[in-house]
Design a binder for this molecule. Structure first.
Ligand SMILES: [Zn+2]
Length: 331
């Protein structure tokens, strides 16, 4: 959530400087000014509103595109919610038309902001922690949540779910928001990763990961995507090395080594149904799983991979540690 702080100047009409000593509610509003942006609202409270000698303002304004502008520090009053000004932080929300319905971007930011404020002040949105302007004075604000009491109930639930890091639903559109709270320090690989030239390896991490050495790194990045908030980054071993660091979130998460592949077997012949176990210094795979099916792999303490295959179809197939290291025939 990005909040742009652009405080309005202290003045008696829109920023009186009265100390806000306790916050027991977050008050939700709509601007009632279709298509106005958050910046328009902020500038209005910093200019026209003061010149018009009108007592009004708010702490935050959420824009149609989800942008958030803070106009007044939370330790000061805003003139927004009448008698609730003494105990509430107020949020104005922009909207595209006269129905007062919020855009998905605006409603998502509104829920996120309300959730973070409820957390900060120890408020429960389901029991009075969030209120409508309407609840205080009967004013028809925020219009959509007054016209649609079910949407207001859904809003409170959404804020509660957002606080707990659970998926939540945007009341105006029904869209489900799933935000993943991934530990940026997460890495599925620790210690030493040993590979042979030509082999690929995919890390699952909570943040971007890179191999030291940049463009000439011994592990070259060949793929990257993000799923459920996790990064999946694939590297290919391109140059032998005694040890190179992988870095994620500014920390070294593991050491990579690239060594010549060793396999105890160059050729094996078996009948259908029989097993064979290879010993290699890096993981071994078969090029044709309809001939040899891998049934087990274990890594010994001294760093060797014991990979067991079952002969399941007639023919010959290669076994690979980056390059082909063996041929297995099933008769
Ligand atoms: Zn209002």
């Amino acid at each position: 959530m990005n909040i742009k702080q652009e405080f309005i100047r202290p003045n008696q009409y829109t920023r009186p400087g009265l100390p806000l000593r306790r916050v027991t509610a977050i008050a939700i509003h709509y601007t009632g000014d279709p298509r106005a942006t958050a910046q328009n609202e902020r500038d209005y409270f910093n200019g026209t509103c003061i010149r018009a000698k009108r007592y009004a303002s708010c702490h935050y304004c959420v824009g149609i595109d989800g942008e958030i502008v803070q106009l007044i520090p939370e330790r000061e009053w805003a003139y927004c919610t009448c008698q609730a000004n003494a105990y509430s932080v107020s949020i104005e929300t922009c909207h595209p038309d006269s129905s007062g319905k919020f855009t998905e971007a605006a409603e998502k930011s509104l829920i996120g902001l309300a959730a973070s404020l409820c957390k900060k002040y120890g408020l429960n949105p389901l029991s009075g922690g969030v209120i409508r302007h309407f609840d205080v004075t009967g004013k028809h604000c925020p219009k959509y949540y007054v016209d649609h009491p079910d949407a207001w109930a859904a809003f409170k639930t959404a804020v509660s779910n957002c606080m707990a890091g659970r998926p939540y639903v945007l009341p105006c559109s029904g869209k489900e928001i799933i935000e993943y709270h991934v530990d940026p320090n997460y890495c599925d690989t620790h210690g030493t990763l040993v590979r042979a030239l030509g082999m690929a390896y995919t890390f699952k991490t909570g943040a971007l990961i890179a191999c030291a050495g940049g463009a000439t790194a011994p592990f070259k990045q060949v793929g990257h995507y993000v799923s459920n908030g996790y990064h999946y980054t694939t590297f290919e071993a391109v140059k032998e090395t005694d040890g190179v660091g992988f870095y994620s979130n500014d920390k070294r998460v593991c050491i990579g080594k690239i060594v010549p592949a060793q396999c105890d077997t160059a050729r094996v012949t078996k009948h259908i149904g029989q097993m064979y176990q290879f010993k290699s210094n890096v993981p071994l795979v078969c090029g044709n799983t309809s001939i040899w099916r891998q049934v087990a792999v274990k890594l010994s303490k001294d760093g060797y991979f014991y990979t067991k295959f079952k002969a399941v179809g007639h023919g010959s197939a290669g076994f690979y540690c980056g390059k082909r290291v063996a041929i297995g025939t099933v008769i």
